[in-house]
Design a protein around this ligand. Sequence first.
Ligand SMILES: C[S@@+](CC[C@H](N)C(=O)[O-])C[C@H]1O[C@@H](n2cnc3c(N)ncnc32)[C@H](O)[C@@H]1O
Length: 232
Amino acid sequence: MFSKASQHIVDFVFDDAVADVFPDMIRRSVPGYETVIPITGLIAAQHVRPGGRIYDLGCSLGATTLAVLKQLNDIPCDIIAVDNAPAMIARARELVTDTRVEFLEADVLDLEMENASIVLLNYVLQFISVDDRLTLLNKIQRSLLPDGRLILSEKICFEEREIQSYYDALHLQYKRANGYSELEISQKRSALENVMIVDSVDVHLARFEEAGFSHADVWFRCLNWASFLVSP
Ligand SMILES: C[S@@+](CC[C@H](N)C(=O)[O-])C[C@H]1O[C@@H](n2cnc3c(N)ncnc32)[C@H](O)[C@@H]1O
């Protein structure tokens, strides 16, 4: 997709066309994705006891859920995997058949959550309206058990213009090196412009604190993408 020139670029949506190419698209566009997902599974497994509950918010095709399942072996638990895109949830249901996983087609902003050992929010907050981000994080904080964790991954921005330009250029090179053409890169950028609003590491850290979390760490960073490990 985005490989043919279009007169009118519409806002990015997670529809059938995106679902068709999603694993390839995210791997080629998000530096570090192939490290973040398996390590997310590893971290999650440290906090899940038998009978525990995990929420995978904005689960797309279930890649993070699968990484968690791989580390949990046969431990009994409940994974609630949520996405508001029908195309994503339909395919995720076909790909992940483990009976411990329940897929919900729902908006994460409307979800009731409780007794969570782990909440996963990988590359999703950037698609949530800026005004709703604190409310969502506060809801996650209240849902976590005392030894639970939130794992959150995002694209990040920088306060200083020069640093921003430097990482923008590196990220562009990353996509070119992964075989994306100039046309694909520029059309995808236009489509995402209105729907993907990114924050700096400092904004994330301040928001975690305001939402009531006691501690937050950047556990992984690759170019302009970062992953946080956050304690309630
Ligand atoms: C970049 S993808 C996430 C990738 C996935 N977590 C992974 O690591 O493979 C963003 C996903 O968030 C979902 N999403 C965005 N806003 C949402 C919302 N308000 N409620 C539920 N899902 C949402 C989109 O439909 C999309 O599938």
